[in-house]
Design a protein around this ligand. Structure first.
Ligand code: SF4
Length: 207
């Protein structure tokens, strides 16, 4: 019984580290990153494959202690796909209760409705060139608020055109902030910035 209770408070963690946020609207803030292990997707441009399998099981309290130790105000829970571990929801709430500014980076393939409302959700929309566009969970768009951000990783002109049409079809620019991010080594940031009609979006520096 005790062992069951302990397992209900654990997460498999790939790494916890302190750095400057390089993405989305919290860019530049000193941030503690909690990278959880595992992802059910396989985007062709993935740069965190090392997080698919490796990691240590940690109690929530041990994660919180480590995060507190850095003395930062911002925490980003990322992956992999952090929501693939159900206890991620508990971690997000506990971080918010502690007074941190909390963001969540998620693939857009899993349900985000149960995420604590205090969390800023950065939700990917997978483009055709990611090879995972069929995983976009359209029901998530019903739960979007102005606190959230949708991120398109753009690999090509075709991806850009597809993304603009996707935004128009689902009227997403009216619901939250939109980020277009060039895929590293696949899409020039300069070219992306110069494409016609990019005004509603923000171009982030990296995926
Ligand atoms: S969702 Fe993120 S972590 Fe998972 S395969 Fe795609 S880029 Fe990698």
């Amino acid at each position: 019984m005790i062992e069951t209770a302990r397992k209900s408070e654990r997460l498999r963690v790939n790494e916890i580290f302190h750095s400057l946020q390089g993405e989305a609207d919290a860019v530049g803030y000193p941030t503690v990153f909690v990278r959880l292990t595992g992802c059910p997707l396989r985007c062709q441009y993935c740069d965190t494959e090392y997080a698919f399998h490796a990691g240590d099981w940690l109690d929530l309290e041990a994660i919180l202690d480590k995060v507190r130790g850095y003395g930062a105000q911002h925490v980003c829970v990322t992956g992999g796909e952090p929501l693939a571990q159900p206890n991620c929801l508990k971690l997000l709430t506990r971080l918010c209760d502690d007074g941190f500014h909390v963001s969540l980076e998620t693939s857009g393939a899993l349900d985000v409705a149960a995420v604590d409302a205090r969390v800023s959700r950065v939700i990917d929309v997978k483009t055709p060139a990611s090879n995972e566009a069929s995983r976009n969970r359209l029901e998530n768009f019903q739960a979007l608020t102005p606190r959230d951000q949708l991120k398109f990783v753009i690999c090509s002109r075709e991806d850009y055109d597809w993304s603009k049409e996707f935004l128009r079809q689902h009227r997403l620019a009216e619901r939250c902030r939109i980020l277009f991010s060039p895929s590293y080594h696949q899409q020039s940031p300069t070219t992306l910035a110069e494409l016609d009609g990019i005004a509603p979006a923000t171009v982030a520096a990296k995926h």
